[in-house]
Design a protein around this ligand. Sequence first.
Ligand code: Q46
Ligand code: ZN
Ligand code: ZN
Length: 311
Amino acid sequence: MRCRVCRADPVIELRQHNAAFCPEHLLKFCRDQVARTIDRFDMFQPDDRVLVAVSGGKDSLALWDILHELGYETEGLVIGLGIGDYSEASTGAAQRFANSAGLRLHHHDLAEEHGFTVPDAAAATGRVPCSACGLSKRHVIDRAALDGGFDVVVTGHNLDDEAAVLFGNVVRWQTEYLARQRPVLPARPGFPRKAKPLVRVSEREMAAYCLVRGIDYIVEECPMAPGNKHLEYKAVLNDLEVRSPGAKQAFYFGFQERAAEHLAGAAADDPALGSCRDCGSPTPNEICSFCRLASRASVELTGRLAEAVAE
Ligand code: Q46
Ligand code: ZN
Ligand code: ZN
């Protein structure tokens, strides 16, 4: 196969689109796909201030680069999760990208600002690290977006991620989660607008995009990911995609076009939300789930520090 546009040697072949692209037209293809997604789902407007949540991985850095190239006003946010070398590498890659593009990166650190790390939270709760990590990231991102006056927060979830989450929710018929699995969620009191502009592009396309653009992203996966069901669902869908190119796209967008709206009624009405006694975030309880997690997990960090001092 040759580049679909200019017939030059291709850098990538995309079976799901029955096409191949040279480096230049791969970049154009990715930007066009993102622009089309923003437009189709009415994610945000050209003059909106966009906060890009970055992990230092290929997807979030490619997203930041694409939005910047498309002319959006963007700033980045990276969160120090305290997952050893992985977190160091993640922050480093995000900072290098921001410096090279001349963009502003905000850095929040769980240990410094909230007194715990993701491993502490996992140890304190006895649950998989990703659940405490996800809760913490959502809390920090929401606060940073609201405090910074951003119009929207965007994340680098790509088609592979979203199809895997959808698959998991369908397997277990989690109708409430399904009802909220939209590429854009409107702002609500205490919560910013959130969008996923990469839902039309695949992991492979984003890796190739970074390669062509010379974006130096962290390749290693989070060491706390193994055991996460999400990876199993991804593997199942990857097998399916090999046998049936385009299956992921058909599955995800078929859901958005034909089912998501019907499920909207399945989302329980938001309970009456008050403000968290400790941090002011919206919560149906006296203390929000993040602050409850933080108080359990910080005991863990304090214990570890005490042990280290005693040694
Ligand atoms: S960083 Fe956090 Fe991920 Fe690591 S602990 Fe899980 S959720 S896998 S995107
Ligand atoms: Zn070309
Ligand atoms: Zn709170």
